[in-house]
Design a protein around this ligand. Structure first.
Ligand SMILES: [Zn+2]
Ligand SMILES: [Zn+2]
Ligand SMILES: [Zn+2]
Length: 86
């Protein structure tokens, strides 16, 4: 299996906004699921949420690795290599 150096090098990080999506909280919007960005701690909403802030964040900052920020979910995803790790 082909590895992903982004995930290999990423570490657990404390969320900047543990209460929800950073951008949605600012404007008072809602979300469906949350994703935590490794390397900067950004919390963004998933692609089922109307604002899709987790995906928009990669375009702005090139931070490729997210993990689920949902209770009971434990996985990582790299946007660059499109590799899903459970
Ligand atoms: Zn990668
Ligand atoms: Zn959002
Ligand atoms: Zn970031």
């Amino acid at each position: 299996m082909r590895g992903c150096e982004h995930i290999d090098q990423s570490k657990e990080i404390a969320p900047r906004t543990p209460n929800g999506c950073e951008e949605c909280l600012e404007v008072g919007d809602s979300w469906v699921h949350l994703r935590l960005r490794r390397s900067c701690g950004h919390v963004g909403c998933c692609d089922q949420s109307k604002n899709k802030h987790a995906t928009k964040h990669i375009h702005a900052t090139q931070h490729p690795v997210i993990e689920s920020f949902q209770p009971g979910e434990d996985w990582l995803w790299c946007y660059v290599d499109e590799i899903f790790v459970e």
